[in-house]
Design a protein around this ligand. Structure first.
Ligand code: HGY
Ligand code: MN
Ligand code: MN
Length: 409
């Protein structure tokens, strides 16, 4: 087989070493953005980037950039990377293979003494997951001009810590980094069943769904679960029960909408107290922005009706919306050519998960390389991708970046 070939053992060693950080007993990782575990992960990346001779910089929102010069230092660089923050008790592959795959690209070029025309910038984005701090894809959103830096630094976690304070605390609040990317490429696990079900090794991603996150709170009245007559209650959890069922019915009536009530906090959360306050989130996604907007309005109507029926006050706010994106055909074709050169089976598909590439697509030709997820599972400790698929996907990523950066393999 022709094409780019990485050092699969070196990549595997790095992957295993990297995922010792924040490792959980059940084989996952717990490294949410700006935690001590995320700092340790960043520190290890910076060490490896420096050992690879890359020029490492940290920008104002903590994005990590590591530059490999090309023949033309004035040329806009090819940006390649992903994220290393994880879900709480998340998977080892989500984001990580994209950053370590980019480092492997650089080291494989160095092994061969090959220069590219354009510089290559390896990137690790801050807070892609949105676990501690919403919105998600915060670092890439600031870089792409979607979010204001000051507002992003002011985002708070549930304990009231801000992104800015946490970046200071872990030593990753940097200075502006000026980069006009020529293009952006990202290797990522599919996090869905399409590649595995079709027995195909690589996905040339055509685009990413649009999605909105809503955050709400219903205010009821705490009271004794025993003596309080049923018609004298203001139970904050009942309208949320309507919501959960309603989101499932709404998404169930459409084949291109998915909806999830993923987080719920009941206060005082006691077996014999009528719930006083319930906080919740809703995640609504579709390739069609109109479908997401329609679903948001239906959810707002549903919560209003149910809260009014129970006599409860409520708040409901949209805390994030990212539009559906289509990648430029030229870069989807780059990924397909790379898969051909690498000799692996490939297909086009859209991503049901959000990625930093959603925002990069707004400022430069952007493409993604997907590899199969076993059982289509992700955002959980048993997330897994066969190593041969990780290697094949990384070879394809490297081949694609080399085409964009100007070096022949
Ligand atoms: O929500 C997402 O799809 C991404 O993991 N932030
Ligand atoms: Mn991810
Ligand atoms: Mn994720």
């Amino acid at each position: 087989m022709s094409g780019f070939r990485i050092d699969a053992d070196r990549l595997r060693d790095r992957f295993d070493r990297f995922n010792e950080i924040g490792a959980t007993e059940r084989g996952g990782v717990d490294r949410p953005a700006l935690t001590d575990e995320n700092r340790a992960a960043r520190d290890l990346l910076v060490k490896w980037f420096a050992e690879a001779g890359l020029d490492v910089r940290v920008d104002g929102i903590g994005n990590l950039f590591a530059r490999r010069e090309g023949r033309d230092p004035e040329a806009d660089p090819v940006l390649v990377g992903s994220h290393v923050d994880s879900q709480r008790n998340g998977g080892r592959f989500d984001g990580v293979i994209g950053v370590l795959g980019a480092l492997e690209l650089v080291e494989s070029l160095d092994d061969r003494g090959r220069e590219t025309d354009r510089p290559i910038e390896v990137v690790s984005w801050t807070n892609e997951e949105g676990v501690r701090f919403q919105p998600d894809m915060l670092g890439s959103g600031v870089f792409a001009g979607v979010f204001d830096l000051g507002e992003a630094l002011a985002c708070e976690d549930r304990e009231g810590n801000t992104v800015g304070e946490e970046l200071e605390r872990i030593g990753y609040r940097g200075e502006p980094v000026e980069i006009e990317p020529h293009s952006y490429l990202e290797l990522h696990v599919e996090q869905g069943p399409i590649l595995e079900d079709s027995g195909i090794s690589v996905g040339a991603v055509e685009g990413i769904v649009g999605f909105s996150w809503l955050e709400g709170r219903v205010e009821g009245r705490a009271d004794h679960a025993g003596p309080t007559p049923m018609d004298a209650r203001t139970d904050a959890l009942v309208p949320v029960a309507d919501l959960i069922r309603g989101v499932r019915d709404l998404a169930g009536r459409s084949d291109d909408l998915v909806g999830t009530v993923g987080s719920l906090e009941v206060e005082p959360n006691s077996v014999n107290v009528i719930p006083e306050r319930v906080s919740f989130t809703v995640d609504l996604r579709s390739p069609s922005d109109e479908a997401v907007e329609y679903a948001v309005v239906r959810v707002e109507e549903l919560v209003e009706r149910a809260a009014r029926r129970e006599g409860a006050e409520y708040t409901l706010e949209r805390i994030m919306h990212v539009p559906s994106v289509d990648f430029e055909a030229e870069i989807v074709e780059t990924v397909e050519r790379a898969a051909e050169a690498t000799g692996v089976s490939h297909t086009r598909l859209r991503s049901g998960a959000g990625h930093d590439a959603s925002y990069l697509a707004g400022i430069c030709p952007t493409g993604m390389v997907f590899v199969p997820s076993v059982d289509g599972v992700s955002h959980t400790e048993c997330e897994y991708t066969d190593w041969a698929d990780v290697v094949a996907g990384t070879d394809v990523l490297c081949q694609a970046v080399c085409e964009r950066a100007g070096v022949e393999f």
